[in-house]
Every structure is written in C-alpha cells, then in structure tokens.
Design a protein around this ligand. Structure first.
Ligand code: PSV
Ligand code: MN
Length: 431
C-alpha cells in the first residue's frame, strides 16, 4: 500500500510510548472490569470505528470577510487525497473521503479511484454544489437552484446532481448528499409553499436517477446564505421531504445547522425511530454554523448524540447504518491536524457511549429515577478513554500520538515546497 508517512517513523515514536500506554491501558482495564466491562471488546469496537474526511476540509477555510491560506495547501483533489491519506495513516479511523463537485471534478475518475485504492481510501457520499455559480454558467443560482422560479436554473441544478451520481458511481460511492443554499432574505420574497413544491419536484427527478443501491441524504440548515428563510430550514422540513421522496431518501444532520441550544440528540432519536437517519456532518459551534473542530466546545452534546446511536445499535434497530463524516472549516489551524484531532474526538464520544450500562439506564428510566439515569450517562462521559483510543491506533499500525508524529514528519513544510501557492488564485472562503 502506498503511504505518505514513513512507517518506521510511526513505529519508532510508538515504541517510545508503548510502556506508558500499556500501564495506562492495564489500569483502565482493571477499572472497567470492576464494572463488568471487557476493555478488549471496547478496543475492538474503537478500532472498527471510521469517520469520513470532507475533501474540502483539507484546505484552509475562511469567512466571508477573509481567508488566510496556510502553507502547502492542497491545490486539487489528488493533493487533498494525499492529505487524507496522512490523516488516516496517523489516526487509523478515517479510511474514507467525501468529495464535493464540481470542486473535485476530474477528467479521469478511474485514475482518482486507483490512487485512492493505493492509499486504502474509499469514497463515500458525494456532495453536489448548487450554492454558487460556476464560470460561464448560463442560468444563475442567485435566486436558488432546485427551487428557483426559473425552470432552466432548476434543470441545471437537477442535471448537476445527476452528474454527481455518475461521478460517485465511478468512485464506488453509494450516496448523494444534497444541501442547497436556496431561501429568501426578505419576508414576502418567496412563496413558502410554492418554493417547497418546486424543490420537491426537482428532488423527485434526482431521486429517480438514484441507482438501486444508493441513498440520497438531505442536509438541513437554518440560515446562510439565505438569512430569512431557507428551503430546508430544519429537521422538520428535512424529514417531510425525505418521507415524500421515498425510502432511499434520508436526513443528514450537520451539528452546526441548528439554532443554539437545540436538542440535537432528540432529533437524532426521532430520525432513528422513523428510519430516516442518513448520516452526520460532525463539527462544533458556539453561535451558529461556525464549523469549529468537533468536540472542541460541546463534547457532552456529542457524547449524548452517540448515546442515541449506540442505543440504536444495542436495540438492533433495523436498517440503521448512518454515514459519519466531518464537515469543518479550519481557519487558524493546520487542517490535517484539526481533522486528525476531530476524528479522534468523535471516536472518543462513540467509545464513551459504549460504556453506558443500557439495561441499568432502562431500569432507571422505568423507575423515573432521574438522578441515577443522568449519572449513568455522566459517569461514562467522565471516564478518560484515551488509553483505549491509543491502543486501538497502535494495534492498527497508526500513531499512539498522531499529532506528535505529524509534526516530527515535517509533512507540511515538505508540502510547502512541493505545492507552491498560485499568487493569482482566489479562494471563496466559504467551505
Ligand atoms: C453548508 O454549510 C455545508 O454544511 C454543506 O454540507 C456543504 O456541502 C458544505 O457545508 C460545504 O460548503
Ligand atoms: Mn455540512
């Protein structure tokens, strides 16, 4: 397999940390054994956990005010893929990439797939982009795409989504994620019902083009770029659309796309109950869609979401297979470092949720014992599972301390030499 980080470097770094890790792991194993939890079973589950990296997250993001590019940023999808390979080699939990079109469009998809295969990277959910016009585009998306009052603009947007399915098929992906910026900025600007009807009619055309073994995931977002109303504003509009379109259409939850303080874990539970949970875009936020690093502000919320997901697995909920992806904008960090760290933070939430004693929790719930129920969750959340995560990485040949190895590899400065920035390149800053 093709590698970007020297295996010997990882092995050397791991050897220097192994004694300490084994001692911490043994101590945690004893502690868990007293709660009748087998640490080895948890470590196996941790090792199986995977979350996709968004191709667009490998570049420095920005805001609508400015973008401050980093050095050695990837300039095309092949370079983004190289960075994704690095992230996976070090974290051991990101063996797939979610591409975005037309940003990642290439002439020869077989070459792209082959390169990814060589890195051991799979392609998952393809994202369409009808939230900005492409150079020379005949019918503008300024007033919307799939819901535009112009039939020609709608048809363009439908065709783009169908093209995305075609690109995804060549890459081996199995789902299409549709997020549109459609909406309005002024009360009265848009007839809510007619706009939603146009959106649904367009989505029906895309749905008809889905291969049998594909799913379509709708992503809701309450604001931006439309600041008064958006067509798929919330999970309510999202699930209505997904129900109308059919069983292959599900809802995708981007953590940043809700009003502050929204009970996202309950939304997740509802979507699970009605078999409409398609997947996630993980990130964190304080004010809105800030696209901050996953788990950096609200790790307990992230844990509570995983509590619902692990509960669904425990109950053997049928057709339950949500896609896990990151979707963050890295404005001040090296994107590779943020993505490594974030993937591990999501994995951490998953592992902590595995520690909850489900039967005990159900008992407290039946007995209306609110305090013990909340402590069952809090105790799992409060346990430091770092040795489990590190051991899972070590056993897979990834790094016990991924960020230390990344920095000592000098990867970014090498890339700065190999990927000189085009001084004329403009970046939108919107990711
Ligand atoms: C929109 O804010 C979003 O979350 C969607 O997932 C887009 O595809 C992505 O960000 C990139 O702009
Ligand atoms: Mn998103």
């Amino acid at each position: 397999m093709l590698r970007r980080i020297d295996e010997a470097l990882i092995n050397r770094a791991n050897q220097s940390l192994l004694n300490e890790l084994e001692a911490d792991y043994a101590a945690l194993g004893d502690k868990l054994a007293r709660q009748n939890i087998d640490i080895e079973a948890i470590t196996r589950s941790a090792a199986d956990f995977q979350i996709a990296v968004p191709s667009w997250g490998t570049g420095t993001g920005g805001t609508r005010f400015a973008r401050f590019p980093g050095t050695g940023e990837p300039r095309n999808i092949f370079e983004k893929l190289e960075d994704c390979a690095v992230i996976n080699e070090l974290s051991g939990c990101t063996d797939s990439v979610s591409p975005h079109f037309p940003w990642d469009k290439v002439d020869d998809f077989s070459e792209l797939k082959q390169t990814a295969d060589e890195y051991g990277i799979k392609w998952v959910s393809v994202n369409s982009n009808t939230f900005q016009d492409q150079p020379g585009q005949e019918h503008s998306y300024k007033y919307g795409s799939l819901s535009n009052t112009s039939k020609e603009a709608r048809e363009l947007a439908i065709q783009h989504n169908l093209d995305c399915i075609g690109y995804g098929q060549q890459l081996g992906a199995k789902s299409l994620t549709v997020w549109v910026g459609d909406g309005s900025n002024h009360p009265g600007q848009q007839h809510f019902q007619r706009a939603f009807e146009r959106y649904l009619a367009s989505m029906e055309q895309i749905y008809k083009g889905l291969p049998d073994d594909w799913e379509m995931h709708i992503e809701h977002k309450m604001f931006e770029p439309a600041f008064y109303s958006t067509i798929i504003q919330d999970w309510g509009s999202n699930i209505l659309a997904a129900m109308q379109l059919g069983p292959k259409c599900k809802s995708l939850v981007d953590l940043g796309h809700h009003a502050p303080n929204t009970n996202i874990e309950m939304i997740v539970s509802r979507l699970i109950q009605f078999k409409k949970l398609g997947g996630f875009h993980f990130n964190d936020s304080k004010y809105g869609d800030d696209d901050l690093d996953s788990g950096s502000l609200h790790p307990y919320q992230q844990f509570l979401i995983f509590n619902e997901l692990v509960d669904a697995e425990y109950r053997k909920e049928q057709d339950f297979n949500p896609a896990y992806m990151l979707d963050q904008s890295h404005n001040v960090t090296d994107p590779a470092e943020s993505l490594i760290n974030s993937a591990i933070e999501v994995q951490r939430s998953f592992v902590k949720a595995l520690l909850v004693n489900r039967e005990a929790l159900y008992g407290y719930q039946e007995d209306n014992d609110a305090l013990m129920a909340s402590l069952e969750l809090k105790n799992a959340f409060n346990l430091d599972v770092s040795p489990i995560l590190a051991m899972a990485r070590y056993r897979k040949g990834a790094a016990i301390n991924p960020l230390a190895v990344y920095r000592s590899s000098g990867y970014r400065s090498k890339m700065a030499e190999l990927r000189p920035r085009d001084p004329n390149a403009t970046g939108s800053g919107i990711v």
